[in-house]
Design a protein around this ligand. Structure first.
Ligand SMILES: Cc1cc2nc3c(=O)[nH]c(=O)nc-3n(C[C@H](O)[C@H](O)[C@H](O)COP(=O)(O)OP(=O)(O)OC[C@H]3O[C@@H](n4cnc5c(N)ncnc54)[C@H](O)[C@@H]3O)c2cc1C
Length: 433
């Protein structure tokens, strides 16, 4: 099926090329590239999610044009079990199979090819899901919240960043004050929180004493509660995402919604770091593949000077270079995901992986996040460049990919912060010699 054009734009790419750039054809390109690397069961799950996306796109006449609201589609993907496969979710009567980081990579590839912004929206929701999954302690209201995000109607969000505390996330200014009944009163300001204006549930961090990381706590918040005030921050590079700026004013969090009391917030924030950074790296690699699929198909069909532009070294070797980078990085990430899943199996669950092992994986996760975000920035731009004007108009998802690739080095910890973590590892390795 050709991509239908949004109303106010013209079709710049001819029918026969647009037809080949369809989701089905790009999926086929991806599957051929990955076939030597994936185990049969991994390929099977990838194809399962791809089939869902293709049939969803066709049956809902989705064009990915500017008038569509990707949040309208959340519950359909939730009911199909494709918001996250990071856990089995037995605690909320789900029994996802497959699950784990490798399954997350397969899910992300299929979703990114469908719509890169929806993958980022789900990714931010997972940042809200993971802490509840880890700290529900069978408290009914927490389990209900968890189920409504994983398999329900609306995404969740995470509130770490503040207007004055971005990279320095440990020295927060938002405060929490414990009340006699064990509830907490929250006051503070947060910003750049993906999904927040659309979310029902939020995870927020605050501290009993400003600038004191050891006094941090972690809360589950119902955004219908009094004291939650949220405005949208518009990020033009991801125009379909709703990013929030919140003022928390005398917001009372009942005791059963306190996921980590004063003193536990910092550990709770860091415990999920490896998985979260790997998930962003995953998202970035998926962006590379999607851009590469577009550019490769286009360069084989577009003719100039009487021959396909792929035959010109300037185009063909550029795409070969991007292909080599994307393929090798994917191999590395896949190996990491498989090893991590094997650790979860060995210790009985992902939460039981010993902290010393998790700690040792932190710099590796930063390396993947650093390299994958950098690759997304390079591959998406260069692939579009190889397509000429067709890569820049809005007839395909290429402009979404270029745009979203521009923000990846900031989200989830900036490029410099990743390098800072990797640099620290070099010092520790030397000390151990
Ligand atoms: C689209 C988008 C979505 C986001 N989603 C979320 C979300 O869901 N939840 C959430 O809590 N936050 C979210 N963020 C916030 C994001 O995590 C922060 O923007 C990021 O951590 C950087 O913080 P900052 O913007 O305050 O920049 P700053 O921390 O002010 O950094 C500015 C510059 O200084 C550099 N810098 C800072 N400290 C150092 C240092 N020690 N060494 C070297 N360089 C340094 C940084 O690398 C950067 O280049 C999102 C941001 C964006 C843009």
């Amino acid at each position: 099926m050709c991509r239908k054009m949004p109303k106010y734009v013209d079709q710049a790419i001819k029918d026969e090329i647009l037809e080949k750039l369809s989701l089905e054809h790009r999926n086929k390109f991806l599957n051929m590239c990955l076939s030597a690397m994936l185990k049969p069961e991994e390929m099977e799950f990838l194809k399962e999610v791809q089939d869902f996306c293709v049939s969803y796109e066709n049956s809902n006449n989705i064009t990915h044009g500017p008038e569509e609201d990707i949040y309208d589609w959340y519950s359909d993907f939730a009911k199909a079990g494709y918001i996250t496969r990071a856990h089995k979710f037995n605690c909320i009567d789900l029994d996802y199979n497959p699950w784990g980081l490798t399954a997350e990579l397969m899910r992300a590839l299929a979703l990114c090819f469908f719509d890169p912004q929806i993958l980022m929206m789900f990714g931010a929701s997972i940042l809200g899901i993971n802490p509840i999954e880890a700290h529900h302690e069978n408290v009914p209201v927490r389990l209900e919240a968890l189920k409504s995000i994983v398999a329900g109607e609306k995404p969740s969000c995470i509130l770490i960043t503040e207007p004055e505390r971005g990279s320095d996330a440990v020295h927060q200014l938002s405060v929490c004050e414990e009340q006699d009944d064990g509830s907490f009163m929250l006051n503070g300001e947060k910003i750049f929180n993906t999904n927040a204006p659309k979310a029902k549930w939020a995870i927020a961090y605050a501290t009993a004493e400003k600038n004191n990381g050891r006094q941090m706590a972690q809360f589950l918040i119902d955004t219908d509660w009094e004291g939650w005030n949220c405005e949208r921050v518009f990020i033009p590079w991801a125009p379909k995402l709703y990013i929030g700026h919140e003022h928390l004013t005398d917001l009372r969090v009942p005791k059963e919604y306190v996921l980590g009391g004063v003193g536990k917030g910092r550990d709770h924030m860091f415990e999920g770091l490896v998985v979260e950074r790997i998930m962003i790296a995953t998202q970035n690699i998926c962006e590379c593949w999607n851009a590469l699929a577009h550019a490769t198909i286009y360069a084989n069909m577009r003719k100039q000077f009487g021959q396909p532009i792929l035959q010109f070294q300037g185009v063909g070797m550029l795409l070969a270079d991007l292909f080599a980078k994307t393929q090798t990085l994917t191999y590395g990430l896949l190996k990491f995901c498989q090893d991590y899943d094997a650790l979860a199996e060995k210790y009985g669950s992902e939460h039981a992986i010993p902290p010393r092992i998790n700690q040792a994986l932190v710099p590796t996760a930063s390396q993947f996040k650093y390299m994958a975000a950098q690759s997304s920035k390079e591959v998406c731009y260069e692939a579009a460049n190889a397509m000429g004007g067709a890569g820049l108009c809005d007839n395909t998802l290429m402009h979404d990919l270029i745009n979203i690739s521009r923000i990846q080095e900031i989200v989830g910890g900036s490029r410099q912060i990743q390098l800072y973590i990797i640099m620290g590892a070099l010092g520790r390795i030397f000390k151990a010699l």
